[in-house]
Design a protein around this ligand. Structure first.
Ligand code: ATP
Length: 199
């Protein structure tokens, strides 16, 4: 599994449609200050479901949409698509190639897509769970993040190890099962009350 392609349109400084192809192995993005290198990393974070504008170096989510320059009018939406080579089927989906996309309009309307089909953020999160790729995954290490991990709380560090060990999805399922069980217990208690009232 490796990142094969990124398509960006209207995201931050990328007013024009941009398509970057990557090979397996190491790829470095180089360029002068302010040319948009970090914006590429932000695009990857964003399409994987980042909800915090601050993490994307903005103050509100609308800041990810191209805001215009002296020469060019602002755009009305931002779009990013990430294509992953899945020939080793590490992603639990029956496709050799998986494209995850996100689009947001200035009105706030937004959508996620997996291989062209509209989906929920939860579906994107579940697709990448335990692969290290998700927005909380260890595959994206930002500036200053290593320090934060080393000096952070043990519980926060534990989350990284859980992801690497591949147990996040089981923890999530356990949490959901416990929540359902709790609701069913409450229902059962209500039914018992009603029965005893009738008797
Ligand atoms: P450095 O090497 O200094 O870290 P960089 O190559 O990583 O720079 P970025 O931080 O990715 O550069 O890009 C910054 C540029 O993106 C700035 O010129 C900024 O004006 C532009 N930019 C950010 N958000 C938007 C937006 N919404 N619309 C238009 N331009 C934007």
């Amino acid at each position: 599994m490796y990142l094969k392609r990124i398509e960006v349109h209207g995201f931050k400084s990328f007013a024009n449609k941009l398509q970057l192809e990557f090979d397996s192995g190491i790829t470095a993005i180089v360029g002068p200050n302010g040319s948009g290198k970090s914006n590429i990393a932000d695009a990857v974070r964003w399409v994987l479901g980042e909800q915090s504008a601050k993490q994307l170096r903005g103050s509100k989510m609308e800041d990810v949409i191209f805001s215009g320059t002296e020469m060019r009018k602002p755009l009305g939406y931002a779009y990013v698509a990430l294509t992953i080579d899945n020939s080793d089927h590490k992603l639990p989906i029956d496709y050799e190639e998986v494209t995850v996309a996100r689009r947001v309009y200035r009105s706030g309307e937004s959508e996620y897509l997996i291989n062209g089909t509209s989906c929920r953020l939860k579906d994107v999160q579940e697709l990448f769970m335990d692969t290290g790729i998700g927005k909380e995954g260890y595959s994206m290490i930002g500036q200053g993040q290593i320090d934060k991990i080393l000096s952070g709380k043990p519980e926060d560090r534990r989350e990284l190890f859980d992801e690497a060990a591949g147990i996040v999805k089981f923890k999530r399922r356990k949490y959901e099962a416990e929540k359902n069980l709790e609701e069913e217990r409450a229902n059962l208690a209500r039914v018992s009350d009603i029965i005893s009232e009738i008797e």
